[in-house]
Design a protein around this ligand. Structure first.
Ligand code: IVH
Length: 661
């Protein structure tokens, strides 16, 4: 075959396969047999291997995603990704409509309503009709670049049908169908791999794979519902948006309806709630959007949600089952949490066999006993809960749950403060150690992809990782000896561990698992102290002087860095090669302290604070002589008046703050 001939053939095959893919994945209208499709793909792959110079960006072979990444890059969103305000009943929804009509001065408003998908939001960017970049929501302003993974999602077009569009940014949701979720969990159980609690977690776990071939092996679906930027004429209504997206080749939700007024939208909610069990994927409500997009601009947004839409939520799904036993789970800090082991029950297609009982107070308040018949509820990705006990069904054989006197994991004494029970084993408690390792590897800490909770359990039981620093001693040979660990998965994990050593101060502080130091506080500490050595030496008094740090937190931080065990652990971690970019950078705002009051429109409060810190500035929560700038947003609080009395404080509005940045 000569070159030109090969080029033509590759183009023809690509187009044909893309057409079949679209029919299958977007329109649900398969046109050829799977075996036929596979044959064509194989033919194309062979040709592309021979003539790699003719591989196009939208070739269906590019969906397979062979690239293994070590970490996801950060992507700034075209516009902030917002959340939706929730309505829990008819009244909330009617109030939403009333506010809208008053603001717009109209008597009736048309709405476009669609299912609220319980999945992961994504942003997709196309340039010259080609899919260029896809990202997760992240913190709303910055997401993670998961382009390679999204290319494996068949319903996301690699090339738009409307190729003439120069620039397009859209948003939507990735979900896993319930049947595919159940199938995946079954497979993972057989292979002794981690199972997922619900389809949303499964979709998230599948999309955040550093090895895109794993994503490719999972069945993920996409639904697109928003146009953020377009070089063409912008659609005028939400209905036009969906039609336009459909024409471009995206999958849009077929349950979407245009409704004349709010009563019709409420009716739609009620119909969808009844229908939800017949739908292939999880929905937890309906989103009601003002159909006319010109109105959206008039209505604007709050700090984290638009005023033109509301998520009218469904009641969480409930089922009856029996508590077969109550066990205790030991957390990272040694807290004992009672957990109900349930007779497995299907709740909206997902099998539930455990429910958290929170603490002894909850058990007493709801009068929960072992063998009770109970009503449980499951809402999205929240851990299933016991709602109430069917006391009529009691036979007299029910037993009270008694908190153990000794820790079930390490046999140390259990003590209690109020309704909270703790194991006193500390670092001698295997459960606390394992939870500490899981926390250290988790997403907001060192983010070691592939070191899942189940893997930590396995490594601990096999004696490979008995403490946090031992993570860094793992070798590929260690992994290859374990059941189910192959060359590729072992390489991936070893690489992820190596990559995780390059971290930043706030992640590192969070990863240490200091009592009361969550993600937010870790960021504050990282902003205050230039490196861990300075933080290590901080006195209690010094710590208390930091905003948001109270005496209890200061004591806990101080105690942590006084403990020999912690210091040994830190020493071992640094020996293993942990390095940190210092968060408190020198920057143009160095030496300046900012205070915020009121609501900012373009940024969330924490985002604005982050920006100041990124540029070397400091942030505080109260008026003092140290404050240089007060940024006053909408509806400022009393801080504004206090600041006016201090001539040293410069008061600026959001626009001035923005230009300062
Ligand atoms: S429209 C907020 N439509 O729910 C800007 N969002 O809880 C307008 N979501 O961030 C979003 N299904 O990721 C819209 N049919 C739907 C949706 C939907 C799910 C997500 C979305 C949003 C989140 C808010």
């Amino acid at each position: 075959m000569d070159k030109q001939h090969a080029k033509d053939k590759i183009k023809k095959l690509s187009d044909k396969l893309n057409k079949y893919s679209h029919l299958y994945y977007v329109k649900n209208e398969p046109a050829i047999a799977d075996s036929e499709f596979d044959k064509l793909i194989l033919e194309l792959k062979k040709l592309e291997n021979q003539y790699p110079e003719f591989i196009t960006k939208d070739s269906p072979t590019q969906r397979i995603g062979a690239k293994i990444q070590s970490r996801f890059n950060k992507v700034r969103h075209a516009k902030k990704m917002l959340s939706l305000q929730a309505a829990h009943n008819r009244e909330d929804t009617l109030a939403f409509d009333k506010r809208n009509r008053e603001k717009l001065q109209v008597t009736e408003l048309e709405y476009a309503a669609e299912p609220k998908l319980d999945g992961l939001s994504i942003e997709l960017r196309y340039e010259d009709g080609i899919f260029i970049q896809g990202s997760t929501r992240g913190d709303g302003s910055m997401g993670e670049d998961i382009t390679t993974n999204l290319k494996t999602v068949r319903s996301i077009p690699l090339e738009l049908n409307k190729k003439e569009i120069k620039h397009l940014v859209v948003r939507g949701e990735v979900v896993m169908f319930i049947k595919d979720f159940n199938h995946l969990n079954k497979e993972n159980t057989v292979s002794n791999l981690q199972t997922f609690a619900n389809p949303r977690n499964a979709a998230a776990g599948s999309l955040r794979q550093l090895d895109a071939s794993v994503t490719a092996s999972r069945k993920l679906q996409s639904f697109i519902y928003e146009v953020i930027e377009v070089s063409d004429k912008k659609p005028k209504t939400q209905k036009d948006v969906l039609d336009f997206l459909k024409e471009c080749g995206f999958k849009v939700n077929s349950e979407t309806k245009l409704l004349n007024n709010i009563d019709k939208a409420i009716e739609y909610h009620d119909i969808m709630e009844k229908k939800r069990d017949k739908i292939d994927y999880e929905i937890d409500g309906v989103v009601i959007k003002v159909n006319n997009l010109e109105y959206h601009d008039v209505m604007g947004q709050r700090s984290t949600s638009p005023r033109w839409a509301v998520a009218y939520k469904f009641e969480p799904r409930k089922e009856m089952t029996v508590i077969e036993d109550i066990v205790t789970q030991v957390g990272r800090m040694g807290t004992l949490t009672p957990v109900a082991l349930l007779k497995p029950v299907e709740v909206g297609g997902v099998t539930v066999s455990r429910a958290t009982l929170h603490n002894m107070d909850e058990i007493k308040r709801k009068d929960i006993k072992i063998h009770d018949k109970v009503k449980i509820q499951r809402a999205g990705d929240v851990i299933p809960q016991v709602v109430s006990v069917d006391k009529q069904a009691r036979s007299g054989k029910e037993k009270d749950f008694i908190m153990p006197k000794k820790c079930p994991a390490c046999n140390s004494l259990v003590v209690h403060e109020d309704v909270y029970y703790f194991c006193t084993g500390g670092i001698a408690c295997r459960a606390q150690i394992k939870e500490g390792i899981k926390h250290f590897a988790s997403k907001d800490a060192l983010d070691i992809a592939g070191l899942s909770d189940k893997t930590v359990e396995l490594f601990y039981e096999k004696g490979l990782v008995k403490s946090i620093p031992e993570i860094f001693n793992l070798t590929k040979d260690d992994l290859l000896k374990l059941p189910g660990w192959k060359e590729k998965s072992s390489n991936n994990l070893i690489n992820a561990i190596k990559e995780s050593k390059k971290t930043n101060l706030s992640r590192f502080i969070f990863s240490l698992g200091i009592r009361h130091v969550g993600k937010h506080l870790a960021e504050i500490l990282a902003g205050e102290y230039k490196n861990i050595d300075i933080l290590k030496k901080a006195t209690k008094e010094e710590l208390i002087n930091i905003n948001e740090v109270g005496p209890k937190v200061a004591e806990s931080i101080h105690d942590f860095f006084k403990s020999k065990n912690s210091l040994h652990m830190l020493e071992d971690l640094f020996k293993a090669g942990i390095i940190m970019k210092n968060e408190a950078k020198a920057g143009p705002l160095q030496g300046l302290t900012f205070l915020f009051t009121g609501t900012l429109l373009r940024y969330s409060r924490s985002e604005a604070q982050r920006k100041v810190k990124d540029l070397g500035g400091k942030v505080t929560d109260s008026i003092s002589d140290k404050v240089n700038y007060l940024v006053a947003g909408e509806n400022p609080g009393s801080k504004l008046n206090k600041a006016k009395k201090k001539s040293s404080i410069k008061i600026i509005n959001e626009a001035q703050f923005s230009s300062l940045l």
